[in-house]
Write a protein that binds this ligand. Structure first.
Ligand SMILES: [Zn+2]
Length: 88
């Protein structure tokens, strides 16, 4: 399995809660627009503090989908199991 790559999106913290998302689209110009939108989505989620796993509250990796809700398959499954539990 290949190591997850950053998909051209880099997120860096510059102190005082300021976060910068850097987007590199020069290699894949066809998808650069999508990558830019993705970077903006991730940045907005970071600003709202929702760029984290709904289950364990770990920060999500930048290679996750911009609409990802869980950090890993395990958390997604645990959350789904608990939803079933509460629903009875
Ligand atoms: Zn998690």
């Amino acid at each position: 399995m290949p190591a997850p790559d950053l998909d051209g999106v880099y997120i860096s913290e510059r102190g005082e809660g300021r976060i910068t998302v850097t987007h590199e689209g020069y290699l894949w110009s066809n998808s650069s627009q999508n990558r830019f939108k993705r970077a903006v989505t991730i940045l907005r989620r970071l600003q709202r503090n929702t760029w984290r796993c709904d289950w364990c509250f770990e920060d999500l990796q930048t290679w996750r989908r911009a609409d990802a809700r869980y950090c890993c398959e395990g958390c997604r499954k645990r959350a789904a199991r608990q939803r079933r539990f509460w629903r009875g």
